[in-house]
Design a protein around this ligand. Structure first.
Ligand SMILES: Cc1ncc(COP(=O)(O)O)c(C=O)c1O
Length: 394
């Protein structure tokens, strides 16, 4: 199926004699025909990753609310819902718009937001979906409460507690108590539980150190739950956790819900962490790139540089090819990726025109550079999935 935007522009531009941007790929195309650089999704790996997380959490009675900030794609969210997810997380209010419009019925904004426009949008969403949001300051509560009351909607509000990251979230029981009192003040709001996410714990390299950090976060969250119980308040939800700590969060007995995002892709950074043998996800996200220059001995140059891949978590990793030597992605400039061959004297001429695959270091900001996934199975394009929430960061 050709990309619909491009199809439209192709016919209208042809009529006016202007050049049209060719489609990135068509259904049934071989990988060699996919225009590069492109974002590829390996559907076998994706299906396996979605099923793996769903079955592990379900077996322990923990809900999965995958984070859509990783993929920003309605089709992926729908696949996660079909696998049993209770809803999705979004990080920004606007990011949720395509998912609301597509009928995803339960959305948690797992982040604080302020300002009239964001509040109005959240309230409009709450009239269409089950919405929950996070707060860590009583001044975030009042505008939301008033707007929700005016609109006649009810929003679940989750105080965010800092369980070790030191970013957002309150860090005292006193502050949590004040937030719950503020929430209770408004008919349009209800206390929805606690947001307890520890971002840096996700990325601890060593498995046992990551387990210990995750346990500490769960212990901190549990202390807040006990505090609430002592006040006669039931905490219906403790939500948090990502790809790196999900296996521990599921077992913690504290988290009722996990929010993993990157597990559907397993980017290069996550792939390099130490994992338990029976808890492994598969690389599902790749950049398709083409070698377009081999002029210098010892190097090949591909067309995927900084405009095609985020490098905050390291340069992309070269993925296996038929060629004997396996080059190493060495430097990225705007439109070039320079890969070093195994030996500085090696002539890379045989690589010219070769399609190569790269594993991006960090999936979220890489995905945000693309309009669509080229979804492939067994080397053939099966579908093009739009990345509807691309750029929706407001
Ligand atoms: C609040 C929150 N929950 C969940 C996640 C998902 O994390 P990951 O993509 O590492 O699974 C993130 C990612 O930054 C996050 O900020």
């Amino acid at each position: 199926m050709p990309d619909s935007d491009n199809t439209l522009s192709t016919s209208s531009r042809a009529a006016s004699g202007q050049l049209a941007v060719p489609p990135v790929a068509g259904v049934g195309d071989s990988l060699a025909r996919v225009a590069t650089p492109s974002l590829l999704l390996d559907l076998d790996a994706f299906d396996a990753n979605v099923a793996r997380m769903a079955s592990a959490a379900t077996a322990r009675g923990v809900a999965v609310r995958p984070h859509a900030k990783a993929h920003k794609c309605v089709t992926i969210a729908q696949a996660q819902m079909a696998a049993g997810a209770v809803g999705i997380c979004c990080q920004k209010v606007t990011e949720a718009i395509p998912f609301v419009n597509a009928g995803i019925g339960s959305i948690h904004i797992s982040n604080e937001f302020v300002g009239e426009a964001r509040v109005a949008l959240a309230v409009a969403m709450a009239s269409r979906v089950t919405l929950s949001v996070c707060v860590d300051d009583v001044r975030q509560v009042a505008p939301l409460g008033k707007a929700a009351q005016r609109a006649g909607v009810r929003i679940a509000v989750l105080p965010e507690v800092d369980v070790g990251q030191g970013r957002c979230g309150v860090d005292s029981t006193d502050a949590v108590g004040k937030l719950i009192d503020a929430i209770d003040h408004y008919e349009g709001l209800r206390f929805g539980g606690l947001q307890a996410y520890h971002g840096s714990a996700q990325h601890v390299d060593r498995w046992d150190a990551r387990r210990d950090t995750a346990r500490l976060a769960a212990d901190r969250a549990a202390a807040y739950v006990r505090f609430l119980e002592a006040r006669g308040i039931t905490c219906p939800v403790v939500t948090g956790g990502g790809t790196g700590t999900a296996e521990f969060d599921i077992e913690s007995g504290v988290y009722t819900e996990i929010q993993p995002g990157s597990y559907v892709f397993l980017d290069g950074h996550y792939g390099a962490l130490e994992w338990r043998d029976d808890w492994r996800f598969r690389h599902g996200l790749f950049l398709a790139s083409t070698v377009m220059s081999t002029a210098r001995a010892g190097f090949i140059v591909c067309d995927a540089g900084l405009k095609s891949v985020a490098t905050d978590s390291g340069l992309p990793r070269f993925w296996l090819s038929q060629q004997a030597s396996q080059p190493h992605y060495r430097t990225a400039s705007d439109e070039h990726g320079v890969l070093a061959l195994a030996s500085p004297d090696e002539d890379g001429a045989a690589w010219l025109g070769e399609s190569i695959l790269l594993v991006p270091g960090h999936c979220d900001p890489t995905v945000n550079l693309y309009d669509r996934y080229v979804a492939v199975r067994h080397g053939r394009v099966e579908a093009l999935w739009p990345i509807e929430a691309r750029g929706l960061s407001q």
